[in-house]
Design a protein around this ligand. Structure first.
Ligand code: NAD
Length: 275
């Protein structure tokens, strides 16, 4: 007889590329581990469309509060610049949260303390980068140098105020060009939808005083690629991903969607391979 396990009740906040991908996976890869109980998006048509495509129109909730009421774990996959407040409210209600907008919680040690205090989990998937497992282990001892070099196609960089203010005209770029070099905080502030991986890297490295972020573009680039180079007491680590872009959002790597799905699977199954 097939053993049945209790499934964790999942709610999805934000029904774009990542939220939709994770929602669809609850009927496929995650169907034995969790149950999708609700969806909410400030663009109500998106939530309704997704719920309909999953053949469960009743999944579409009227508000964020209705969504939090019905779930045990909230998947945050929004573009809301104030989403930290929602994450905080969700933890206060003793719901675990999987955060995709990592840049929005970069300087928020209070959230991590709150999760511990409320005895719930704050999950941060590796997203579009590789090596977070090794980097977390390396961070137990001294890390002397970390660099993240991100290569993005021009299509993933449109409508970015920072580039406009710097006078960067993407249509005039004909060869490989470094469009940003600076700190994690500056990268996350100036490229809020493009460089969540920098925030994930910084959280994994913990107390490293300086991480250099470099963003390069070229008309030749077709993929989002992220290369991490780290030196420390553990030795030298180089990790690179060449990511196809998500079919629903050229700013988002498909691997980020898959990483969110795998994080949920680890959490719901209680099995975690890797550091
Ligand atoms: N961690 C990573 O590696 C990684 C990788 C890619 C993207 N991201 C981040 O994940 C988030 C989602 O990415 P995406 O590609 O799915 O974006 P998307 O633009 O495809 O979808 C975002 C959705 O959120 C909705 N939304 C905005 N504010 C909301 C709110 N307050 N409540 C509910 N819904 C709201 C929008 O209407 C939209 O449908 C973004 O913040 C993105 O920067 C993280």
């Amino acid at each position: 007889m097939k053993q049945t396990y209790r499934k964790i009740h999942i709610g999805i906040l934000g029904c774009g590329a990542i939220g939709s991908g994770i929602a669809r996976s609850t009927q496929k890869e995650l169907k034995d581990y969790c149950r999708l109980v609700g969806l909410f998006d400030t663009d109500i048509e998106k939530a309704q469309g997704l719920a309909k495509s999953l053949r469960h129109p009743q999944l579409c909730k009227k508000s964020y509060a209705d969504l939090v009421n019905c779930c045990e774990l909230l998947v945050e996959a929004t573009t809301d610049k104030n989403i930290k407040i929602c994450i905080e409210k969700t933890l206060i209600r003793k719901r675990s949260v999987l955060v995709m907008s990592v840049g929005k919680i970069l300087h928020s040690p209070g959230l991590f303390n709150l999760a511990r205090e409320r005895q719930c989990s704050l999950l941060i998937p590796s997203g579009a980068i590789a090596g977070i497992d090794a980097i977390k282990a390396a961070s137990l001892k001294k890390i002397s140098q970390v660099t993240l070099t991100t290569r993005k196609p021009l299509s993933g960089l449109i409508n970015i105020p920072y580039l406009k203010n710097k006078g960067v005209d993407l249509s005039q770029i004909t060869k490989e060009t470094v469009i940003f070099e600076g700190s994690v905080a500056s990268a996350v502030r100036n490229f809020p939808q493009n460089i969540n991986v920098a925030a994930t890297l910084a959280l994994a490295c913990r107390n490293v005083p300086k991480i250099t972020i470099r963003i390069i573009t070229s008309p030749e680039f077709r993929m989002n690629s992220h290369e991490i180079e780290l030196s420390g007491d553990c030795g030298h680590i180089i990790c690179r991903t060449d990511n196809v872009v998500s079919p629903d959002n050229p700013k988002t790597s498909y691997l980020a969607v898959l990483s969110g799905i795998q994080s949920l699977k680890d959490f719901c199954s209680g099995i975690r391979i890797g550091t």
